[in-house]
Design a protein around this ligand. Structure first.
Ligand SMILES: Nc1ncnc2c1ncn2[C@@H]1O[C@H](COP(=O)(O)OP(=O)(O)OP(=O)(O)O)[C@@H](O)[C@H]1O
Ligand SMILES: [Mg+2]
Length: 352
């Protein structure tokens, strides 16, 4: 499907996505990339300009949001302020015509699921932000939908609470087997929670895969930069042989894993993960060995973040574990760095 609000700019373009039943799928992307727009179309608050959405093979075109049977949690999808917690949870059941005693037991179940039993009589304003979010999650689950949409539900919470609720949402997903489509711009949150992550950029999916595959085998430089950190070095392929290629870069050559359809003569970006770089390796141990100059060293507790100048590339980052022997690095030092061919990837060249 595609979506434009003004008839001029495509906010979502040619999106073709299949969500598996029971899956935890996350839409991840920078601000303005169209994540919320996609969720609104799924929920039924916005209509696609072109294309169609089917749930279990049935088109949902023309079916109003409240008739789709989808649970939704938004960052600022406020609870009804004048209703108690119990009232908020009971409401979606009343709308569906459920009788009172059944409603009461459902509300109890949902509250216990989010660990909020005993809060039925409270008003939302008498709850903390994290407690309100828990109630909002319970309200989205209380009518036992098969599909739940969550748009940055933890965005307003502090880090500790966010991590706690990430864990809770995952537990609930496992316990109920419900399908969840989740939106975040926080790559770590996406990695922690999801079965698959769809990386969005400007209304298109750049890559959709499990967190491991996105990290280890990004197919595009946008993904290589957006998921974790990568040093990207421009070069040109000179040889390809059995999954490994040689790349001529300014000042030398690198040997990298060859994932795409790159051929000799093609331009490429070599992506090197900062944590894969070894300091002063045994000579000859790695396919890639270079002398680099230390620009600066930042102490981060469990690791050191060192910025090197590697043949004119002054932003070459290495993350070195904080172990004995690394403390002696000083700006201006020239040191030998090494990494294996399979610790870096030759990606299709894209202008950055
Ligand atoms: N109702 C609307 N009318 C016009 N333009 C809109 C509307 N809603 C969103 N947009 C535009 O569509 C683009 C994508 O917005 P969207 O809210 O889907 O992004 P997002 O990926 O959810 O971003 P964020 O991470 O900031 O929430 C933005 O440029 C936004 O200005
Ligand atoms: Mg959004």
């Amino acid at each position: 499907m595609s979506k434009t609000y003004d008839g001029e700019h495509w906010i979502v373009e040619g999106l073709d996505l299949t969500v598996q039943r029971g899956e935890f799928l996350t839409l991840l992307g920078p601000s303005g990339s169209g994540k919320t727009t996609c969720l609104m179309m799924l929920a039924g608050f916005e209509a696609p300009t072109r294309g169609d959405i089917r749930i279990a093979e049935q088109s949902v075109q023309g079916i109003a949001a409240d008739k789709r049977g989808i649970g939704v949690v938004f960052q600022n999808y406020a609870l009804f302020p004048h209703m108690t917690v119990g009232g908020n949870l009971s409401f979606p059941l009343e709308v569906r015509g459920m009788d009172k005693s059944k409603r009461r037991s459902r509300v109890q179940q949902a509250l216990s699921l989010v660990r909020m039993s005993g809060f039925e009589e409270r008003l939302p304003q008498a709850l903390s932000g994290g407690q309100q979010q828990r109630v909002a999650i319970a309200r989205a689950l209380v009518f036992e939908p098969e599909l739940v949409l969550m748009d940055e539900p933890l965005g307003a919470l502090d880090r500790r609470l966010r991590e706690e609720l990430q864990f809770e949402i995952r537990r609930i997903h496992r316990e109920l087997g419900v399908t969840i489509v989740y939106v975040t711009h926080d790559q770590q949150e996406a990695m922690v929670m999801s079965d698959r992550v769809a990386v969005f950029s400007q209304g298109r999916i750049e890559q959709i895969a499990s967190p491991e595959v996105l990290y280890e085998e990004p197919t595009r430089s946008f993904v290589a930069r957006f998921i974790g950190e990568n040093n990207l070095v421009k070069g040109e392929i000179s040889h390809v042989k059995r999954g490994v290629c040689t790349v001529q870069v300014e000042g030398g050559s690198m040997t990298a894993a060859h994932l795409g359809d790159l051929a000799p003569g093609d331009r490429t970006l070599v992506a090197v993960r900062p944590e894969r770089i070894q300091l002063r390796p045994q000579t000859g141990a790695y396919a890639n060995e270079f002398i680099a100059k230390v620009e600066d060293v930042t102490f981060l507790g469990d690791h050191l973040r060192v910025r090197f100048n590697l043949f004119g590339h002054a932003q070459f980052i290495a993350k070195l574990p904080n172990i004995v022997g690394h403390g002696a690095l000083l700006p201006g030092d020239e040191v030998r760095l090494g990494w294996a061919a399979l610790d870096c990837r030759a990606l299709n060249f894209e202008d950055t």
